[in-house]
Design a protein around this ligand. Structure first.
Ligand code: ADQ
Length: 458
C-alpha cells in the first residue's frame, strides 16, 4: 500500500485533541504510513531547512521553522492579506504587493527543497490549501514523478474577481502540475474551469479533466465532513453534559441561539448581529425569550482587517445590548475565546438554534458539528447561509441570505415556532448525510480518485 505524504501550512501532531480533519489524516497516516510535513509555526532568524521529526501515536510529522521574511510575506502577506480575502470575494480587502507574491514563491520553493528528499517513488502526495498552490509545480521541477493531489479548503472565486490578481495566470498554471484538484462543491469546480477555459484557452474533457497544452488535470467536488461518530460520543461525555446543564440554567428557560466561528470577516458576524437585532425589533413579544451566544476566538490578529472586525463587533454587541437589555436579560453574550471540543458539543446541544451565516465559506464544519450534537428526540434548528459550501449538502436547514437582516429575522422566528415533528424530520435528513459523508468518506473519495489517475509522463 502506498504511503501518504500530507503537506499543509500547519501540521497537527499525533497527540492531544484534534478537529475532524486532523483525526482523519492521522488515521490515514497510521494505516498507510507516511509523513505530515509543514511549517512548525515557529520563527527563526534565518531559514535553515532543518527538519524536526516527531513520532507520536504512530504518526510521523516533519516540520520546519520559517524566518521573519517568510512569515511576513508568505503567511501574513500573500496567504492572509491577498489570497484569503480575494478567494472570499473581498477584493476590497485584498492587498496586491509584489513582495508578498515573491515571498510566497520563495517559501514554497523552500518547502519543496525540504520535503522532496522525503518522498519515495510509490508515495501518494496530498497538498492542502491556498498556502501551497505552487508546491506541486516546484516538486515536479525537483524530479518528483509521484501522483500529487491538491485540495482547496476555501472557495474558488469567480473568474471576474480572480483576474484582478496580478499573479492569477502564473498560479493557475502552476496548479495544473497536480494530477487531481479537489474542491468542496461543484460551484468552485465550475469557477476554476471557467478561468482555465476562458482566460487560458484550456478545454474540459469527459466532464472532469482539464487540458491545457501538454497538461491534463482531473477535478473532483469532494465535500469535507466531520468525524460524526466521535462528535456524537463527545456529546455524551461528562464535560458536555455538565456544560449543557450550566448553559441551560444560565438562560433560565429562554431559547439559546448559538454562533461559533473564528473571528473572521468571511463568517458574517456583523451581519449576524444585525439580523438578530432586526429580530428583536420586529418581534417585541419574543424579545426577552431569546439569548444569542456568540463564541468567536480571535484569529490572525496581526492583520489589520482582523483588528478592525474585532472592534466593530465589540461596538455592535455593546450598542445592541445597550439598546435592548433589561434588568434581568442581556440579548447578546459575546465571548472571544476558544473552547475544547467537548465543551462546544454541550453548548451546541443546549442551543435551540445554530446560527451559521458566513458571507462566503468553503464548507463550514460548525454547521455539521451542530447537527451531530443534537438530541434526536428534540433537535434544534440549523439556520445556514446559502453562501456556505455546506448549503449544497444541507437543503433541510433553513437557508438564508446572510446579507438580508430581514431574512435572518424571519428564519429565527420560523425556527423558534417550528413544531417538534418538523424539527425531527429536517434533522433526520441532515444527520443521515453528516454521518454518511463524514471525514473518512471525504478522505477516501479523494485518495481513491488520486490513485485512479492513470500513470503518464509527468
Ligand atoms: P475554518 O474557516 O476555520 O476552516 P470551519 O469549517 O467552520 O472554518 O471550521 C472551524 C473549526 O474550528 C470547527 O471544527 C470548530 O468547531 C472550530 N472552532 C471554531 N470556533 C471555535 C471555538 N470558539 N472554540 C473551539 N473551536 C472552535 C476552513 C474553511 C472552511 C472549511 C474548513 C475545512 O474556511 O470553509 O470547512 O477549512 O475544510
Amino acid at each position: 500500500m502506498s504511503r501518504i505524504i500530507v503537506i499543509s501550512n500547519r501540521v497537527s501532531t499525533g497527540g492531544g485533541a484534534h478537529g475532524g480533519l486532523a483525526t482523519a489524516l492521522h488515521a490515514a497516516l497510521r494505516e498507510n504510513g507516511g509523513i505530515w510535513f509543514g511549517w512548525s509555526g515557529e520563527r527563526v532568524e534565518q531559514f535553515t531547512g532543518l527538519i524536526n521529526f516527531q513520532r507520536e501515536n504512530g504518526v510521523t510529522t516533519a516540520t520546519v521553522d520559517l524566518d521573519d521574511h517568510d512569515i511576513e510575506e508568505y503567511y501574513n502577506g500573500y496567504a492572509n492579506r491577498t489570497l484569503w480575502p480575494l478567494f472570499h470575494y473581498r477584493i476590497d480587502l485584498a492587498e496586491y504587493e509584489r513582495d508578498f507574491a515573491g515571498g510566497y514563491q520563495r517559501t514554497n520553493k523552500r518547502f519543496a527543497d525540504t520535503v522532496s528528499p522525503l518522498i519515495e517513488p510509490e508515495d501518494l502526495v496530498w497538498v492542502h490549501d491556498y498556502h501551497m498552490f505552487p508546491l506541486g509545480a516546484e516538486l515536479r521541477k525537483r524530479g518528483v514523478r509521484n501522483r500529487i493531489g491538491f485540495f482547496l479548503h476555501i472557495p474558488w472565486p469567480p473568474r471576474r474577481l480572480l483576474v484582478t490578481l496580478p499573479e492569477a495566470e502564473e498560479l493557475v498554471k502552476a496548479l495544473l502540475a497536480y494530477d487531481l484538484i479537489g474542491f468542496h462543491t461543484p460551484e468552485w469546480v465550475e469557477s476554476f474551469c471557467d478561468y482555465v477555459c476562458h482566460e487560458l484557452g484550456g478545454t474540459l474533457e469527459g466532464g472532469n479533466e482539464l487540458v491545457l497544452g501538454k497538461r491534463r488535470v482531473r477535478l473532483i467536488a469532494c465535500p469535507i465532513g466531520i468525524d460524526a461518530a466521535e462528535f456524537a460520543k463527545l456529546t455524551e461525555s461528562d464535560t458536555a453534559r455538565q456544560t449543557f446543564e450550566r448553559v441551560r440554567e444560565s438562560v433560565v428557560g429562554r431559547a439559546l441561539i448559538v454562533g461559533v466561528d473564528r473571528l473572521d470577516y468571511s463568517k458574517g458576524l456583523e451581519e449576524r448581529f444585525l439580523g438578530y437585532e432586526r429580530f428583536l425589533t420586529d418581534n417585541p413579544e419574543e424579545r426577552k425569550e431569546v439569548v444569542l451566544l456568540q463564541i468567536a476566538p480571535p484569529s490572525r490578529a496581526s492583520v489589520d482587517s482582523y483588528q478592525r472586525i474585532r472592534s466593530t463587533l465589540e461596538g455592535l454587541a455593546g450598542r445592541i445590548n445597550g439598546a435592548h437589555a433589561a434588568l434581568d436579560w442581556v440579548p447578546i453574550r459575546y465571548v472571544n475565546q476558544g473552547y475544547p471540543r467537548d465543551v462546544l458539543a454541550g453548548v451546541y446541544r443546549a442551543s435551540k438554534i445554530g446560527l451559521v451565516t458566513p458571507l462566503r465559506d468553503g464548507m463550514n464544519l460548525v454547521a455539521k458539528e451542530y447537527v451531530a450534537a443534537q438530541d434526536p428526540e428534540d433537535p434544534g434548528v440549523l439556520i445556514l447561509s446559502r453562501f456556505a459550501g455546506a448549503a449544497e449538502q444541507m437543503p433541510d436547514a433553513l437557508l438564508v441570505n446572510p446579507y438580508s437582516a430581514e431574512e435572518m429575522s424571519d428564519a429565527i422566528r420560523q425556527a423558534l415556532i417550528m413544531p417538534r415533528e418538523e424539527r425531527i424530520r429536517r434533522w433526520e435528513t441532515l444527520i443521515r448525510d453528516v454521518q454518511e459523508q463524514d471525514v473518512v468518506w471525504w478522505r477516501t473519495q479523494f485518495t481513491e480518485a488520486l490513485k485512479a489517475v492513470p500513470e503518464r509522463a509527468r
